[in-house]
Design a protein around this ligand. Structure first.
Ligand SMILES: [Zn+2]
Length: 233
């Protein structure tokens, strides 16, 4: 709950100070209209990433393109301690989810799905103070009216950032057995949606899917805030 109190305080502070965390200009909301517009310019033309499913059965949905103002906003959240930015963007993802042409199908098939954010290792959580994927997932779920569980999947291995790995083998070895489903956390819920901030190689997501599958939990789809605009990574 530490991150939640911190987030609430940060939101309070930013409302009281009424300064945009990205450009420091006064604003009525979390982000100023100009930064909000610049971020929205990096919204992906399609929410469903048809060219890049996780597997034939597991669709990938990405709200935006990991570039420009959106990339800078994610960096400001993570490295300049502005979790409130993710809270603001999560509302955009929920709006896209609700308006998506796939919405009816999505709502029907994911009706009872539990949303699980990709967890951080406790060491990283302690140093950063919050998990940006969890903030995104919680605010998304609140707006999209879906249940969220950030305890079902836990990270046991303090892996290096996937972007620091060079080969596919190195990435897979880095992530092997990175997650567990704690035995006391088993849920009756069998269908889940994974949620993360950035999708690059998919190795993290695949490892999480494999860990959940070993506990008979099926990932019905993956939603991310952003993915880079390139193919065959
Ligand atoms: Zn701004």
């Amino acid at each position: 709950m530490q991150w939640f109190i911190r987030l609430a305080n940060t939101i309070n502070d930013s409302l009281w100070q009424a300064n945009c965390p990205l450009c420091k200009r006064p604003t009525d909301g979390i982000l100023c209209k100009d930064c909000d517009r610049q971020i929205t310019a990096y919204q992906s033309p399609n929410f469903l990433q048809i060219d890049y499913p996780i597997s034939p059965e597991t669709p990938l949905y990405s709200w935006g393109i990991y570039d420009g103002a959106l990339k800078r906003a994610i960096a400001a959240c993570k490295y300049d301690n502005h979790p409130e930015i993710m809270a603001a963007i999560a509302i955009k993802i929920a709006e896209t989810w609700k308006r998506s042409p796939d919405a009816q199908f999505l709502k029907k098939s994911f009706k009872k799905s539990l949303v699980i954010p990709i967890p951080l290792h406790p060491n990283k959580l302690k140093s950063r103070g919050f998990n940006q994927a969890e903030i995104l997932a919680r605010h998304f779920c609140k707006s999209a009216n879906l249940p969220c569980n950030s305890q079902l999947l836990q990270r046991t291995k303090d892996t290096k950032a996937q972007m620091q790995t060079k080969t596919k083998q190195e990435r897979e070895a880095n992530l092997a057995k990175a997650f567990i489903v704690p035995s006391n956390r088993h849920s009756h819920q069998r269908d889940v949606i994974l949620f993360d901030d950035i999708y690059t190689t998919g190795a993290t997501i695949r490892e999480a899917i494999a860990t959940l599958a070993a506990s008979n939990i099926t990932v019905q789809g993956v939603i991310v805030l952003s993915r880079p605009q390139f193919k065959n990574y």
